[in-house]
Design a protein around this ligand. Structure first.
Ligand SMILES: *[C@@H]1O[C@H](CO)[C@@H](O)[C@H](O)[C@H]1NC(C)=O
Ligand SMILES: *[C@@H]1O[C@H](CO)[C@@H](O)[C@H](O)[C@H]1NC(C)=O
Ligand SMILES: *[C@@H]1O[C@H](CO)[C@@H](O)[C@H](O)[C@H]1NC(C)=O
Ligand SMILES: *[C@@H]1O[C@H](CO)[C@@H](O)[C@H](O)[C@H]1NC(C)=O
Ligand SMILES: *[C@@H]1O[C@H](CO)[C@@H](O)[C@H](O)[C@H]1NC(C)=O
Ligand SMILES: *[C@@H]1O[C@H](CO)[C@@H](O)[C@H](O)[C@H]1NC(C)=O
Ligand SMILES: *[C@@H]1O[C@H](CO)[C@@H](O)[C@H](O)[C@H]1NC(C)=O
Length: 396
C-alpha cells in the first residue's frame, strides 16, 4: 500500500478496492459539500502524496514526479511564497511528509535522498544520497524510496527507508550520526517510546527500539507483519496502537490488515483486531478512531476495548484510507480522505457522515489531512495535482 504509482494502485490498495466494492452504498438524500477558501495547482499538476504541513501562517506541500516539488504558500490566502523543484529526470518524487524544525524543512525522495531546505528561501542546506539499491513493491522493482516520515529529536533527524535502514542525521548539518539495519524495509514513521528511545516499525513484524544518541538496539515489540504508518500512542498508559498487515502466503490472496494494541511498559501485545487501519488516539474521548485499510471506519473505547461505532457503508465508493483521521475538537468531527479522492467528515460520537468533498483523484496522506490553527480550514492534497483549502465554515 505504500507506493501509490499513478495511475495504477499498488497490491495492497487493490486488495482494499476489491473488498470494498462488494458493499453497496445506501445513502439517504444528497450530502452537503463544503466550498474551498483557495486551491493551489501543484507544479506540472503533479500528484500530491504527502500530508501538507502547517507552520504558523505558512503551508508546505510536496509532490511526486514530474514536479518533484516542495511549495511554500500562505496558509490563509494560498499565495505561493517559493517553489523548490528537483528538475531531475531520475526518480525524484517527494513522498515522505516534510518536517519543519529550527528553520529547516526536511524532505526525502523516491531515490533515497535525504535533504533539508532553508524554510525562508527554499535553498538546499544539506543533502545525503544513500547508496543506490533496488527495492521490490508488489511485483516490480524500483530505486529504494524514503517513505518513513522523519522524527526530529534532540537536534537529530531519525528516519527509516525502504532499504531496510534507519538513519540518524545531525538535523542542522546532515552529518550521518548512526544507522541501523533491520531484516526488511523500515517504512514505519518513528515515535518516541514512553520508556525512552525511539520506536520504528519494520516489515519483519517488529517495532525496533533504538537509542536516540547512538542507535544501539534496546529491544523490540511484535506487530503483525508489515507496517508503514505512524503508530498512535496513549502516553499516560504507554499503550501503542498500530495498523499492520498479516502476511498471506496464498499467492492469489491479499495481505490481511489488522490493528494491534501493544503495552510498551509490560512489553506485551494486548489485542489484535481485524480489519485494521491507521489509528489516532484521543484521551478526551478515551478512544481510538481508525481509518480502515478496507475503506471502513470505526472507533474503539480503549477502557474496555468495545467498538463504539463502525461505519461500513461510506458514500461515494468506500476505498482504502492511507492515513489517519484528523480530529476537529471544536466541531466534534473527524476528517479523512481515501484513494477514491473523497474527503469525509464524520461525527466523532457515532460516525455519521456530515459531508463529503470530492477531488478528482486519490488522497494518500500518510499522516492524514491538516487543520489550520484557527480550526476553520482543512488542507488536503490530491493526486489530481491540486491542494485544496476546504472552508469548514461553509458547511453545517
Ligand atoms: C529548477 O528549475 C527552475 C526553473 O528553471 C529553477 O528556478 C530552479 O532553481 C531549479 N531547481 C533546482 C533545484 O535546480
Ligand atoms: C538517483 O539520484 C542520483 C543523484 O541525484 C542520480 O545520479 C541517479 O541517476 C538517480 N537514480 C535513479 C534510478 O533515479
Ligand atoms: C551505515 O554506516 C556505516 C558507517 O558510516 C557505513 O559504512 C554503512 O555503509 C552504512 N549503512 C547503510 C546501509 O547506509
Ligand atoms: C531488505 O531485506 C529484504 C528481506 O530480507 C531483502 O530481500 C532485501 O534485499 C533487503 N534490501 C536491501 C536494500 O538490503
Ligand atoms: C520484549 O521481550 C522480548 C522477549 O523477551 C524481547 O526479545 C524484546 O526485546 C523485549 N522488548 C523490549 C522493547 O524490551
Ligand atoms: C468506555 O468504557 C468505560 C469502561 O467500561 C466506560 O466507563 C465508558 O463510559 C466508556 N465510554 C464510552 C464513550 O462508551
Ligand atoms: C464492522 O462491521 C463489519 C460488518 O458487520 C464487520 O465485518 C467488521 O468486523 C466490523 N468491524 C469492527 C472493527 O468491529
Amino acid at each position: 500500500m505504500k507506493t501509490l504509482v499513478y495511475p495504477s494502485l499498488s497490491l495492497w490498495a487493490l486488495g482494499a478496492v476489491l473488498v470494498a466494492s462488494a458493499a453497496t452504498v445506501t445513502q439517504q438524500g444528497p450530502l452537503a459539500s463544503p466550498t474551498t477558501k483557495f486551491q493551489v495547482v501543484a507544479p506540472k499538476k503533479s500528484n500530491i502524496h504527502a500530508s501538507p504541513v502547517l507552520v504558523q501562517d505558512d503551508l508546505y506541500f510536496s509532490t511526486l514526479e514530474p514536479g518533484c516539488a516542495l511549495v511554500k504558500c500562505n496558509a490563509y490566502t494560498g499565495e505561493v511564497l517559493w517553489t523548490y523543484m528537483r528538475n531531475s529526470s531520475a526518480r525524484c518524487g517527494l513522498r515522505t511528509v516534510p518536517v519543519y524544525a529550527n528553520g529547516l524543512v526536511h524532505i526525502g525522495t523516491d531515490n533515497n535522498t535525504f535533504a533539508a531546505l532553508d524554510a525562508e528561501t527554499g535553498q538546499v542546506v544539506w543533502s545525503y544520497q544513500a547508496r543506490f539499491n533496488l527495492c521490490i513493491d508488489g511485483n516490480f522493482y524500483h530505486p529504494c524510496e524514503a517513505y518513513s516520515t522523519a522524527l526530529i529529536v534532540d537536534g537529530r533527524r531519525i528516519q527509516g527507508s525502504e532499504d531496510n535502514t534507519t538513519r540518524c542525521f545531525d538535523a542542522a548539518t546532515g552529518e550521518l550520526l548512526w544507522n541501523f539495519t533491520a531484516p526488511n524495509m523500515m517504512n514505519g514513521s518513528p515515535i518516541l517510546d514512553p520508556s525512552g528511545g525511539v520506536l520504528i516499525g519494520a516489515d519483519d513484524g517488529h517495532f525496533y527500539r533504538l537509542d536516540i544518541a547512538t542507535g544501539a538496539y534496546l529491544g523490540r515489540y511484535n506487530h503483525c507483519g508489515a507496517m508503514d504508518t505512524r503508530p498512535a500512542l496513549d502516553i499516560a498508559s504507554g499503550r501503542m496502537y498500530a495498523g499492520c498487515f498479516i502476511k498471506n502466503d496464498n499467492p492469489s490472496g491479499h495481505d490481511i490488515s489488522a490493528l494491534v494494541a501493544i503495552d510498551t511498559v509490560a512489553n506485551s501485545t494486548l489485542w489484535t483486531r481485524t480489519p485494521g487501519g491507521v489509528p489516532i488516539y484521543n484521551d478526551y474521548y478515551g478512544a481510538l478512531f481508525v481509518a480502515g485499510f478496507d475503506g471502513t471506519a470505526y472507533a474503539v473505547n480503549t477502557s474496555n476495548n468495545q467498538v463504539l461505532w463502525n461505519v461500513t457503508f461510506l458514500p461515494d465508493t468506500p476505498k482504502l484510507f492511507f492515513g489517519p483521521f484528523v480530529l476537529d475538537q471544536v466541531r466534534h468531527r473527524l476528517y479523512v480522505g481515501n484513494v477514491n479522492g473523497v474527503v469525509y467528515a464524520l461525527d466523532v460520537n457515532d460516525g455519521a457522515v456530515a459531508w463529503t468533498f470530492r477531488t478528482q483523484n486519490a488522497i494518500a496522506h500518510q499522516l492524514g489531512a491538516t487543520l489550520s490553527t484557527d480550526n476553520n480550514i482543512l488542507y488536503v492534497g490530491s493526486y489530481d495535482g491540486t491542494l485544496y483549502a476546504i472552508d469548514l465554515t461553509s458547511v453545517a
